[in-house]
Every structure is written in structure tokens, then in C-alpha cells.
Design a protein around this ligand. Structure first.
Ligand code: HEM
Length: 206
């Protein structure tokens, strides 16, 4: 007979609540991405004009990012992995293709970032890390090294989740009185470096 300690039950409740918030944030970021590309008067004009001028790259980035951010949370559910392993594999392939598309689009737009040099470098590094961690996650799954695969996917999704934290942090900094031109270069870094640190701390605890 297996005995489940009360602290394990409450820990798993907290994990479920955290997962639900993660999915909610992901859905809002995905909706923002689709609205940004489809509604004329929606979004920052300096960013929008570039995304519309090269619509293929614009859609590659926003749709790829939107699909990746929404698919990611489902990949962490062990119930899905155990009961329907094929679903996990195919969703994972779609996720990684979406990351590839989003990252190529991100690399295309990073050099002209409205955040100036901090934006160019911050988004540029993020796009390279996004690709690198995705490639490592894929390679380790192919080698059937599932411990490494899980670790690389956690790192990779922490970067995908920058789409959520960027908009949250930008809003908070603007509420705190910073204007967009000051706040945006900051979040070009903080939106993913903090997520990455949280992911590394999580992996260390495990
Ligand atoms: C994680 C790697 C990512 C990188 C490197 C990246 C890069 C960029 C860059 C360079 C821009 C233009 C900003 C500027 O002009 O300064 C941008 C804007 C944008 N990105 Fe990403 N991005 C990433 C993730 C995502 C994801 C996952 C989504 C979708 C959920 C997304 C959706 C958007 C949208 C909608 C915009 C337009 C501006 C806005 O609404 O804030 N990005 N991104």
C-alpha cells in the first residue's frame, strides 16, 4: 500500500495551480500575438510596421510563438506522457517546429528592435538560446536520454514563456512610471533572464 504524505498532496495542488496560471498566461500571449497581426490599430506602430512590411516573417514569428507557448504546458503533464505517449511525441514535434519558426522570425526582427542596442542584443541572444535549447531537447529525445530531454525542455519553455513575462513586466514598469522607451530595453533582457534563472533553480532542486 502506498502512503501519500499530506505535504505531497498540498505540493501537487500548488503545482496544479501554477500550471493553470502558466496556461492562462500562455493563452493571453497567444491571443495578443494573433490580434497584433490581424487588427490594424492594435500594437506598437514601430514594431507593427516592420511585421506587416515582411508579413511572412511576421506570421512566422507570431504564429510560431503563439503555437509554442500554448502547446508547451501540455508537454509537462506526466499523465499525458504515460497514457498517450504518441500524443506527447507529436505535440512535441509541433512544439519544436513552432519554436523553429518563431525563433527564425525573432532573429529576423531582432536587428531592428525598437529597444535600440539592448533590444538588438537581448532579443538576438534570446532567439539563439531558444534555437539551441530546442535543438538539445530534440537531440536528447532522439538519443532516448529522457532525463536530459526533460531538462532541456524546461529550459526551452522558460524562454518561450518570455512572451508572457515580457508583457507582464512591461505593464508593471509602465505602471511604475517608466515610459515605453525606457522600459522596453529593460524587458528585452529581464523577460527571459529571470525565467532562465527560475528554470535553473527548479532543475537544481530536482
Ligand atoms: C522566445 C524568443 C522570442 C524572441 C527572440 C522574440 C523576438 C521578438 C522581437 C525582436 C520582436 C520585435 C520587438 C522590437 O521591435 O524590438 C518581437 C515582437 C513580438 N513578438 Fe516575439 N520573440 C520571442 C517569443 C515570442 C513568442 C513565444 C510570441 C508569441 C506568443 C511572440 C510574439 C510577439 C509579438 C506579438 C510581437 C509584436 C509586439 C508585441 O505585441 O509585443 N514572441 N519578438
Amino acid at each position: 500500500m502506498s502512503v501519500i504524505a499530506p505535504q505531497d498532496v498540498s505540493r501537487s495542488r500548488w503545482l496544479q495551480v501554477g500550471w493553470a496560471f502558466m496556461l492562462l498566461g500562455a493563452m493571453l500571449a497567444a491571443a495578443n500575438a494573433v490580434l497584433f497581426m490581424s487588427i490594424d490599430a492594435y500594437g506598437h506602430p514601430g514594431i507593427k510596421s516592420r511585421f506587416i512590411a515582411t508579413e511572412i516573417a511576421g506570421w512566422m514569428h507570431t504564429l510560431g510563438g503563439a503555437i509554442a507557448v500554448v502547446l508547451g504546458p501540455w508537454q509537462f503533464l506526466s499523465r499525458v506522457r504515460v497514457r498517450w505517449p504518441r500524443v506527447h511525441v507529436w505535440t512535441g514535434r509541433m512544439y519544436l517546429l513552432a519554436v523553429l519558426s518563431g525563433a527564425l522570425g525573432g532573429l529576423y526582427f531582432a536587428p531592428t528592435s525598437v529597444g535600440g542596442n539592448p533590444g538588438v542584443i537581448g532579443f538576438g541572444i534570446l532567439a539563439v538560446f531558444w534555437l539551441y535549447t530546442g535543438a538539445q531537447a530534440y537531440g536528447s529525445a532522439r538519443r532516448r536520454d529522457f532525463v536530459a530531454h526533460r531538462r532541456w525542455m524546461i529550459r526551452n519553455y522558460s524562454l518561450t514563456f518570455a512572451a508572457v513575462t515580457l508583457r507582464l513586466e512591461l505593464g508593471l514598469l509602465q505602471l511604475g512610471g517608466l515610459n515605453f522607451d525606457v522600459a522596453f530595453p529593460i524587458v528585452a533582457w529581464s523577460s527571459w533572464v529571470l525565467n532562465w534563472l527560475v528554470a535553473e533553480m527548479w532543475l537544481r532542486r530536482k
